[in-house]
Design a binder for this molecule. Structure first.
Ligand SMILES: Cc1cc2nc3c(=O)[nH]c(=O)nc-3n(C[C@H](O)[C@H](O)[C@H](O)COP(=O)(O)O)c2cc1C
Ligand code: FES
Length: 623
């Protein structure tokens, strides 16, 4: 790694690296957390050995990358530059899979069919990842390098154009950079959607020295993993975004330092960011007098212990200062008095990685991608009852229908779509009647939800909306720091009522009490946790009131989820006597001879649903 004394040194290095890398084919093996959990490192090793045996190591490169977004299909291997995507490589037989992939490459044969993606509808195999619907309809800006570069190699990042936006920003005045950010209409991707340019301007104008900038990588929403994937897969873009932010906010006049706050449960993100910071320092891209420009910036990592509330900016600041991670009232806002009482700017991981792209291509380009006032793209973690789950990046303003059906491939097992929960525990549930809603900050707010950091949980007809509200309120009740009474006591009271309703002990008036309390907690809580905690309950009451009423008045759970309100039986008409339910039942509550109708003993039945899940004939009925 060489020390770069000027922008010209960086360009010269980039030129050399590009020549070196124009070698021909490469196998990129996903080593993001999802694929690693499916032993993708073994897959990478097996591919390297197979290339060695075939004498192809000098002709075909092998590269480990961050997350490609299609984690449920991992380990993912892509043959570049052809773009052939193999899925599930090495899940069961790494050596065999590797041998066949390499043989196909060596002999210029057809790709290995059994490892290709298969269309759900036509069952045809799809070779190129750009033709797979999950990828075809995405637009990758924040995820532009994920799955392409080796996150452990600064050289790979530089060869792909890395740090050139920072060099461009070095030639701009701070006000000019802020102007571009404002014009781009980039809004904070961490939840509130505040204009990034305006936030930078406030911090720039605040008196105080030194100044701080922070990257919020706390990502506490259950099911969300977009920030983790970016930190793991493209850590240098986070650094580059922060360098540009530091230049705009502190300039060369005021000393400025940075922190990346990452939850400790993200060990690979911590590892890759630590390495990236070390590499950037060694190359002279962090530290004093960067590239001989007179501008200096240092960056360090602060590990969070995993409390959801520590993602809230004032709690996060307290946590970095070594104090208990609890929020405080604002004002003063961090821009005036933040970390160690100094002007501080906090942005989310995804916000920071958009910055170099905006500086490179310009504000107009970014604006043209999204919707009015909502420039650019948004990454969602699409999970739940949808056919294809994973990380999905789409232009702002894309409809929910496009995400769920166009990219996600619709609902599993052809069940009926019911709702999408967006924004995690602070968000709400959007019903089918609003599925054509454009995904913008305003669109989601109108529907009673929020963009949040981009969690998107798809629900089908077998999801109980009261149970969903119960789950999220239970989560925020546990995560409330307890500092303010409306949140501490209010979430407990609401959660107790929801627990009671799901246990079949709901009372007339419960719905109205939930609505009244929810509105009071929203209005009176100290921080964003309490101010949004009732959202899932209020939105499910707004759109699915009949389900609450069925639980309370009829003692029924229409979706067949709340155990206290349901009974299982087996339909004589549908049962084929295959015995799957009998084998699946963990408590031996099912009896029946082969090819005869089976029977459930309700005394023994624990209502776990294993029989229903396994039945191919829809013979298990929930009453
Ligand atoms: C309870 C709570 C948790 C939050 N968690 C996160 C988080 O994990 N990541 C994040 O970027 N912002 C989180 N936020 C929002 C931050 O307070 C802050 O608005 C954000 O980091 C600002 O960055 P942005 O302008 O780029 O969105 C949370 C807010 C609240 C109230
Ligand atoms: S970790 Fe490999 S696709 Fe996400």
């Amino acid at each position: 790694m060489e020390f770069l004394k000027s922008a010209a040194d960086l360009e010269a290095l980039r030129g050399r690296l590009r020549v070196e890398r124009e070698k021909g084919k490469a196998l990129t093996v996903c080593c993001g957390t999802g694929c690693l959990s499916n032993h993708s490192q073994k897959t990478a090793n097996a591919l390297a050995e197979a290339l060695e045996r075939a004498g192809m190591r000098d002709r075909v490169g092998i590269k480990t990358t961050g997350c490609h977004g299609f984690c449920e299909r991992g380990p993912i291997v892509v043959v570049e530059p052809d773009g052939i995507l193999y899925q599930g490589v090495g899940r069961k037989q790494p050596e065999k899979d590797a041998e066949e992939i390499v043989a196909a490459l060596a002999e210029g044969k057809e790709p290995v069919k059994r490892l290709l993606f298969k269309s759900l509808e036509s069952k045809a195999t799809v070779e190129h990842y750009r033709d797979i619907p999950f990828y075809a309809k995405q637009k990758r800006v924040a995820l532009r390098n994920n799955g392409i570069i080796d996150p452990k190699s600064i050289e790979d990042f530089i060869a792909r154009g890395g740090y050139s936006s920072f060099v461009k920003a070095l030639g701009m005045k701070p006000e000019e950079i802020i102007g571009v950010m404002k014009d781009s209409t980039l809004r904070g991707r961490g939840g509130a959607g505040f204009s990034t340019g305006m936030k930078w301007e406030l911090c720039r104008r605040s008196a105080g020295s030194p100044k701080y900038i922070i990257c919020n990588g706390d990502e506490g929403d259950p099911g969300a993993f977009m920030d983790r994937s970016i930190m793991e897969g493209d850590p240098h873009s986070v650094i580059e975004g922060m360098l540009i932010g530091a230049l705009a906010i502190g300039g060369r006049e005021v000393p400025i330092e940075g922190y990346v706050y990452v939850r400790a449960e993200y060990p690979l993100a911590v590892e890759n960011l630590t390495l990236a910071i070390r590499q950037a320092k060694a190359c002279g891209l962090l530290g004093q007098d960067i590239l001989g420009s007179g501008f200096g910036f240092s960056l360090r990592i602060s590990k969070g212990a995993g409390a959801f509330v520590c993602g809230e900016e004032t709690a996060l600041i307290a946590s970095i200062e070594g104090k208990p991670g609890v929020p405080r009232t604002r004002p003063p806002f961090p821009a005036e008095s933040g970390l160690f009482g100094k002007p501080t700017n906090i942005n989310n991981v995804e916000t920071w990685v958009n910055v170099p792209a905006i500086i490179e291509h310009g504000a107009e380009w970014f604006k043209s991608i999204g919707a009015p006032g909502n420039g650019g793209t948004k990454v969602f973690s699409l999970v739940g009852k949808v056919n294809y789950t994973g990380l999905v990046e789409v232009p702002m303003g894309t409809s929910m229908r496009e995400v769920v059906f166009g990219i996600g491939g619709g609902i599993q097992k052809n069940k009926k779509f019911k709702a999408v929960q967006t924004g995690g525990p602070s968000g709400g549930c959007i019903p089918e009647s609003l599925i054509d809603l454009p995904l913008t900050y305003e669109g989601l707010a109108q529907a009673g939800s929020i963009m949040g950091s981009g969690g998107m949980i798809v629900m089908d007809e077998e999801t109980c909306m009261v149970d969903v509200a119960r789950y999220f309120l239970g989560f925020v009740r546990e995560e409330s720091c307890g500092k303010c009474i409306p949140c501490r006591e209010g979430t407990k009271q609401m959660s107790d009522i929801l627990e009671r309703i799901c246990a079949g002990e709901g009372k007339e008036g419960d719905i109205e009490t939930l609505e009244r309390m929810g509105k009071a907690i929203l209005a009176a809580s100290l921080c964003g946790l309490g101010q949004t905690a009732p959202n899932p309950t209020l939105s499910t009451i707004r759109y699915f009131r009949d389900e609450y009423e069925a639980h309370i008045r009829d003692h029924k759970c229409p979706a067949g989820v709340c155990k206290a309100l349901i009974k299982y039986s087996i339909s004589k008409e549908n049962c084929a006597g295959c015995g799957v339910c009998l084998r699946n039942c963990p408590v031996g509550a099912i009896t029946g001879e082969k090819k005869q109708t089976h029977v459930i003993d309700r005394e023994k039945c624990v209502k776990c649903g294993a029989c229903r899940e396994g039945c191919k004939f829809d013979a298990v009925i929930v009453e």
